[in-house]
Write a protein that binds this ligand. Sequence first.
Ligand code: PAF
Length: 285
Amino acid sequence: MQICRNKRAIRDCVSQWRDQDQHVALVPTMGALHDGHLQLVSRSREWLDQRGGGKIVTSIFVNPTQFDQASDLASYPRTEENDLRLLRQAGCDAAFLPAVDDIYRPGAQTVVEVTGLSRMLIGRLRPGHFRGMSTIVTKLFNIVRPDMAAFGEKDYQQLAIIRQMVADLDVPIDILGVPTVREADGLAMSSRNSRLSPEDRQAATALCAALDRGEELVMQGCSLAALRAELRRVLRNQPRASIRSIDIRDATTLARLTRIDRPVVMLLAVAFGDVLLIDQRTARP
Ligand code: PAF
């Protein structure tokens, strides 16, 4: 696996592959890799194999502009050595680990913002988060110029924003959404899980329990109000859970609903101690 620590190195690497007519897939990450990320790599490999093969770049960049709190940025887990080991084992072809000042040059003024989708839901809880995210994803797309980029469905709103951005700006890159990978007890894998105390780690299974119950209710044809009340009830059963938001939206557009008459997505944001976790589930009536 090639290790590229700046834009020039990854551009040279990708352009050599392009000269050999290789397809290129990008897996953007902020490191602290777990099986969820490795699943993005393996689904990217399948995508490439269906097109005659190609190369995978995984970027590891803790993007400062998508953190709304300095303490969250400072405490974000950084596990480079282990990340590189996992990527080698997973068959990744290049790791791109740029420095912050290689990515953000002084005096930069341009941002990319998907205005509607970025200002709802998690965007309300974390102002500026999605603007930072869509700006860095656009920059990674322009630096690596992949044919495809893979993102986890766990970050449902993020994925919706990226799909909207790619459509709005005619970005010639396929976006692959990859289903959430879960621990044996149902907790969605996340780099943030490592910051949970043992008690909070145990308590965090309430997210998946609430979503399981919610999915059952949607399939039984329950009302929007009953679904919201039940999600809240299951989460409140867990005293360590501090509910930040419970939303039930149109699964495609994330628009508000007045009744459950189409596929919905249940989106939960719940803090355990100072760690904010999100999880989601789609369901059809
Ligand atoms: O999902 C993430 O890890 C980040 O938001 C991303 C897409 C790598 C952009 O920094």
